[in-house]
Each structure stands twice: as C-alpha cells, then as structure tokens.
Design a protein around this ligand. Structure first.
Ligand code: MG
Length: 434
C-alpha cells in the first residue's frame, strides 16, 4: 500500500499547490507554504485584522509605515492599539500612554478615528459575507466564519478560500489579517492568535488534545487573572493538568465554569457560528431567582444590565437612539416601554437613567420575574453623546464613564463598581456573555 505521506498544502502567496516537501513554493519561491494533514477537512475559521487601527493609519499615511505607531488619546490616556514595531519595543494595549512612551519614546501617537475604522471594518466584513452568509462578527475587526458546504460554490477548499481572502484584503483594503482554521470556535480563535501578523495557523482534530496539554489555563475562554490564581492555588497551571480531572470533580470544585474547563481542555466546543447581519438592537435581560416588586431591588439589576448593554455598544462601536425597557410579570405577561432620545447614546449612565424613569412608572406592586434593557435605532458611534453644553452634568458623567471604562480595560470588570451595583449583584443571574 502506498500512502502519500506528504500533508496537503499550498502557497499562501501564489496559491499554487505544494506538491513536494520543499521549504519554498516551486511556483513563486515564497517561503509562505502552508501544510497540514487536515487542511482539506477543516472549515471553521477565526479571522482577526492585525493591529487594526494602527494598520489603517499606516495605510493612509505612508510616512508612518516604518515607525512605531500608537493609537490612543493624549498623554494621560491609554494605548488603544500599538503597531508591531511599537510592540517589539514593549508597548501593549491598555498600557497608560506615559508608560508606553517611556518604553518607546520615538513612537508616533495618533488619535483614534473611529468612524474611519468602522468604515474599514465594514468593508472587510462585506468581503467575508461574500464568501459565506455564516459570518459571526465578534468586534469591529474580527469574526468567525463557517465555510462548511461552500466547496462547490468556490471550487476550492475552505483553507484555500481563506488564503485567497487574506490576499484580497491586503490588495483591496491595504491592511493584513491573520487566519485561524480549526474544527471549533475555541481553537479557531486560539489559532488566529498564534502566528500574527499575516498568519495562517491550523489546529486539527488529531493534535488538539496534545496541543492544549502544553498551554496555560489562561488560554481557556473565561479564565481571567483572578480565576487563574484560584486554579494555580489548586495546583492547576496547564491545560494538561485540567485534562487529568473528571467532569464531576471539576464541576464540584468550580460550578458551571468547571464544566467549561472540562470540555474546552479536551478541545470539545459545540458552539456554532451564529450569523448576525446588522443587529437591530442591543439588549440584555435577566430572570430573577425570586420575583421582585420593589423599585429599590430592581434598580441595581437595571444598572448592571445597562452597563452590559453599554459595553457591547462600545465594543461594536455603535450607539442607539431608542431605549427599551422590558419586564415580565410573575404570570408571564410582557411589558415593554420605549423612549426616544435626542441623540444616540452608548453610555451606561444615559441608558440607565432613561430606563430608570420608565421603571419607576411600572413599579406599582406588580411582581416581576424578568427585567431587560435594550437600545435600538442603531447608528455609528460617531454621532453619539455629543458634549452637551446645556446639560453639563451629562458631559461630566460621560467623561467619568470614559475613565471607568479605561480602568476596567486595564484591571478587569470587577475593578470598578458603581454605587448601584456594589455588593448587590445577587438579585439576578447575570446572562452569560458569548
Ligand atoms: Mg485585531
């Protein structure tokens, strides 16, 4: 029996098949030859633009091309994105600007132009949607794609389609992307991060468990600094150590998170790619453990939900003009109330206070089992929350909220609690964020 021992492969520059084990492409001489035994079988991808904001600025100003570039606001702000040259010098996202400039004094600091980044992000997303309707955007510059069943349409394997896509983005948009290809979301996302920039990394079924065994627990989605410290306290630092524990044991120790640790440590991830065309609204809701009727019990829940909605709007760089309050009574009747604002908002504080006004009218002794808040009439964030000369207070609140956001970005969500949520997060089960 003759077995073709050579894994399937192609050149990422000229897309010619790689039929020998030569290091360079026989057709064009490029060293960027991709080979993997499962290359033809995998179809779930995560695509992430490389140093997105910085890449867009370098594209638009060639003088910046070979310089360290930091996108961020002012000397007292934080780093939003650093280009790879700045990263080599030790600059990291969310680093205070003064520290970044200490590490890299020659860096050019550019103020973010969100409207432009949203435009470029949309252009890239439209190109993804031309490949498959199964595109799930995660943020302005990254998305999951499921290319299963597209081989006939494209006359090529998903891997080749993705390589062609990466090349097309470079030529037509003028920025670069990194591709992660695998069989599940978790490992596709891990893969896209392994070989940045201009990367194309593949993690197949056969290697998943042994690859994961060598990784730190922090690679698992949801394991932040605090939880990693808990795990380290229990002697668990690598995913390989997690792999030795049974599901029941992990769940007994860590609850639902234990279930996630069990599955993800073994490369088991059933989440499918959920296409989102253009979102019509962004909302968050929660069902209470016990029904609530008192205004003061509902307020902290509304605050927490408003912050969650705001965080999602900010992440997607959108804002909305209409605030929607949703309540479900103990006997399962749904009440929704809307209010339109003068300008679109993405601030937790405005969402909260508008919702609070509506909530006050609905707290008439009725017992509620669910509370939700949402924002619709979505637009670009560029038009949101203009500095309001009439309402100086709201402007001050907006500035304060910006400061809270950057602290949270640095130290995690729990770092800053507002008076409304502090120590009162038990009334409702927070919905899981995905
Ligand atoms: Mg990115």
């Amino acid at each position: 029996m003759t077995v073709n021992a050579l894994p399937r492969g192609f050149c990422r520059d000229c897309l010619a098949p790689a039929e020998t084990d030569a290091k360079r492409c026989r057709a064009c001489g490029s060293p960027r030859v991709l080979r993997h035994p499962e290359l033809d079988a995998l179809s779930l991808a995560h695509i992430d633009c490389d140093a997105f904001y910085a890449a867009v600025e370098k594209r638009d100003n060639p003088e910046l091309r070979d310089k360290p570039v930091i996108i961020g606001g002012g000397k007292r702000g934080v780093v939003s994105t650093a280009c790879y040259i700045a990263r080599i010098n030790g600059v990291r996202s969310a680093m205070p600007m003064f520290k970044a400039l200490e590490a890299c004094p020659t860096a050019v600091v550019v103020k973010p132009d969100m409207e432009k980044y949203v435009r470029v992000g949309r252009q890239v997303r439209d190109m993804m949607q031309a490949l498959t309707p199964m595109v799930e955007p995660i943020s302005i510059d990254e998305a999951f794609l499921d290319l299963a069943g597209t081989r006939k349409l494209h006359g090529a394997s998903p891997a080749l389609v993705l390589a062609r896509f990466a090349r097309q983005v470079e030529q037509e948009v003028g920025i670069t992307v990194s591709v992660g290809l695998s069989y599940c979301k978790f490992l596709a996302k891990v893969a896209s991060d392994r070989d940045k920039p201009r990367g194309f990394s593949v993690i197949g079924q056969a290697e998943a468990v042994s690859f994961l065994a060598q990784q730190p627990v922090t690679l698992i989605w949801g394991v932040g600094k605090a939880f990693a410290a808990t795990l380290a306290g229990d002697g668990l630092r690598s995913i390989g150590q997690l792999q030795t524990l049974e599901r029941g044991e992990l769940m007994r120790r860590y609850g639902t998170m234990g279930d996630r640790l069990y599955h993800l440590s073994r490369g088991l991830d059933e989440r499918s790619v959920k296409p989102r065309s253009e979102a019509k609204s962004v909302s968050s809701e929660t069902t209470f453990d016990t029904d609530l009727s008192r205004f003061e019990d509902l307020v902290p829940v509304l605050r927490a939900l408003s912050e969650r909605v705001s965080a999602r709007l900010k992440k997607a760089d959108i804002a909305g003009r209409t605030i929607v309050l949703k309540l479900k009574t103990a006997d399962f009747r749904i009440r929704t109330r809307n209010r339109q604002l003068g300008d679109p908002t993405r601030l937790a504080d405005r969402i909260f206070h508008t919702g609070l006004d509506m909530l006050r009218r609905e707290t008439d002794g009725t017992r509620y089992r669910l509370l939700g808040i949402g924002v619709s009439d979505l637009t670009d964030a560029g038009k949101a929350d203009p500095p309001d000369l009439v309402d100086q207070l709201s402007h001050k609140r907006a500035l304060a909220e910006g400061a809270i956001d950057s602290l949270r970005e640095k130290f995690g969500r729990q770092a800053v609690e507002t008076g409304y949520t502090f120590g009162r997060g038990r009334a409702g089960r927070p919905p899981r964020e995905d």
